[in-house]
Design a protein around this ligand. Structure first.
Ligand code: UAG
Ligand code: ATP
Length: 535
């Protein structure tokens, strides 16, 4: 996504945000005026005020403060003229940025901070009047499961409080509006203004996803998180964090009083167990440890009796908790990984004040998560089970196919491709996993980007041949991904399952330098309705 990815989120601003004087901000955040404050008009009889903030010149509304950050590639100050043209009335930046702004916009008031990125969260929170203090806010971090868990929490918090804001990988939702999200965790001013809109409209809760990038880059600064949750840690993002230990350190920062009031940590993997130990040793936050399916680390809550149901694809389980608590629950998405997401979200919701019975009921019906084991049709004697899922790595594909196998009495059909201009090694691995775990394979394109799609499919087929040399029950669709999805549904009988993997919620298919509007779910729904009639 580009740095101008926030344009669609422009509407997610409070309608009335009481202006705040620049001189007050300067005092509270020890900002030094680049020129004497009087000369800049900061202390004029009618003091200079701001009504909002942004770190992106493309996202400024009139009357707002532009926070010009030193970036990895550029200095935000290089874009000050654009911000001023869009209506910025002042700039906060560092020393180097102040010199740049002085050149391009000599008349604009500038305040200097030694580390503007570190203060941008609290600064935005001040400007939007600390909206998180008026909300019940949850935040989920971890390599996998953030989106699913945050949607489970959305359902539970909505059931209890009547509404919930969402900010995560799939959507930014606030004040009755929902827009595609530019990234997992948006910049601090966007988050603050969305929460301010919720407060203005009487929405009482927020369910957030916290990426490790966001934690390190202070996007959650100034947000009071009532309950922070951890799913798991797997190898990822080592370009940014260098080592797994550094990656865990980044996640661990969320579980400190600076950000959170309570911690709920899954201890199924050794990283979760280590994190829990660290939080317990620090003794600063109340901690709940949850064991859903793995390891033998001590836990306060644990899952027992997980059983899959063939009739509704759900997994029922008992969640045991402190003081002999036993909660009978049903996770609407298949697979043990979703039991982890369900158990984590239940404990987080309970700790956020949702009555257990309300949380359990909301969870049971929260299956409609965009592109996360999203059911397009349910098996009913006539129809087969059809699903859209985001699994796009060999490990995720393995988990996804393993999850749907027990709820598939007939054939398991997988429709998939692999990314262009990304990790080439995974293509044949995806082919191998699919050939080993599914019965019928329909191979297609995912996001070929600048590559020849045929070469990507050939690499997948190499992996398939390592398991199934004669390519029995393997089809290649060379035209368009939608044709492959339709073919999968065409092949599906009432006892079969079709799972289309790789793109999940993604709204575009990237091919030959173009972003083409495309999403698997509506295509699959149309094919399902055409085959079996509308449900
Ligand atoms: C590695 C990383 O996270 N980079 C973030 C960093 O960018 P940067 O330092 O390179 O920014 P830059 O391009 O040098 O620009 C410097 C400043 O000028 C501003 N600018 C830039 C251009 C312009 O026209 N106008 C303007 O105002 C930028 O907003 C920025 O504040 O600071 C920027 C805002 O200050 C972020 O937008 C940017 O996120 C980029 C876009 C990004 O792609 N981040 C990804 C890696 C990310 O955050 N991913 C995680 C999830 C990962 C996962 O779990 O898969 C996420 O939360 O989405
Ligand atoms: N708890 C989990 N453990 C391991 N894998 C999981 C878990 N939950 C979901 N997955 C798998 O990971 C993929 C992404 O799930 P989800 O979107 O919920 O996670 P995420 O952390 O938000 O990841 P992303 O940021 O890539 O969207 C899904 O395809 C699913 O198969």
């Amino acid at each position: 996504m580009s740095n101008h990815a926030y344009e669609s989120a422009a509407a997610l601003r409070p309608h009335r945000n009481a202006p705040i004087a620049l001189s007050d901000l300067a005092q509270r955040f020890s900002l030094t005026p680049a020129a004497p404050a009087d000369a800049q008009g900061i202390n004029a009889p009618a003091p200079l005020t701001v009504t909002g903030a942004s770190v992106d010149s493309g996202d400024i509304a009139p009357g707002e403060l532009f926070v010009a950050l030193p970036g990895f590639r550029a200095h935000g100050a290089d874009y000050a003229a654009q911000a001023v043209e869009a209506g910025a009335v002042a700039v906060v930046t560092d020393e180097a940025g102040a010199s740049i702004v002085h050149e391009s916009c000599p008349a604009i008031p500038v305040l200097i901070s030694a580390d503007p990125r570190a203060i941008v969260g609290p600064l935005a929170a001040e400007i939007y009047h600390h909206p998180s203090r008026s909300l019940v806010a949850t935040a989920v971090t971890g390599t996998n499961g953030k989106t699913t868990t945050s949607y489970f929490l959305d359902a539970m918090l909505t059931a209890h409080l009547g509404g919930c804001m969402m900010a995560g990988t799939v959507e930014l939702r606030a004040g009755g509006l929902s827009v595609e999200s530019p990234r997992t965790t948006v910049e601090a001013p966007v988050l603050q203004r969305m929460m301010a809109l919720c407060v203005e409209q009487g929405v009482g809760a927020a369910s957030l996803e916290a990426s490790s990038h966001a934690i390190v880059l202070h996007r959650l600064g100034g947000t009071r998180i009532d309950v922070a949750g951890f799913t798991n840690l797997q190898r990822d993002h080592l370009d940014f964090h260098r080592t797994m230990e550094e990656y865990l350190d980044a996640k661990a920062q969320l579980f400190t009083p600076e950000h959170a009031r309570r911690a709920v940590v899954c201890v199924d993997d050794s990283w979760g167990a280590a994190l829990a130990e660290r939080i317990a040793r620090a003794g600063e936050l109340p901690l709940d440890r949850v064991r859903a399916y793995g390891g033998d680390a001590p836990a306060d809550w644990w899952v027992a009796d997980a059983a899959v149901s063939l009739t509704d694809s759900a997994t029922t389980f008992t969640l045991h908790g402190p003081d002999g608590v036993e909660i009978a629950a049903s996770c609407p998405l298949p697979g043990l990984v979703n039991v982890q997401n369900a158990a984590l979200s239940l404990v987080m919701a309970i700790r956020a004040g949702v009555p257990a019975e309300v949380a359990v009921q909301a969870l049971a019906t929260a299956h409609n998560i965009p592109g996360r084991m999203q059911r397009i049709s349910q098996r009913d004697g006539t129809r087969g089970l059809t699903i859209v899922d985001f699994a796009h790595t060999p490990d995720a594909m393995e988990l996804a196919l393993a999850a749907v196998r027990p709820i598939t009495p007939g054939r398991l059909i997988v429709v998939f491709g692999s990314d262009g201009d990304r990790d080439q090694g995974k293509r044949s691995m995806l082919g191998e996993v699919a050939a080993r775990l599914a019965d019928v394979l329909v191979i297609t394109d995912e996001n070929p980007r600048s590559e020849d799609p045929q070469l990507i499919r050939d690499a997948i087929l190499d992996g398939v041949r390592s398991v199934r040399p004669d390519l029995t029950d393997v089809e290649e669709i060379t035209t368009w991904r939608g044709d492959a999805v339709r073919r999968g549904v065409e092949l599906c009988g009432p006892e079969d399952t079709v799972i289309v993997t790789g793109k999940g919620h993604e709204p575009f298919l990237e091919a030959a330098g173009e972003f083409i509007r495309y999403n698997d779910a509506p295509v699959m729904r149309e094919a399902v309705d055409a085959k079996w009639g509308a449900a």
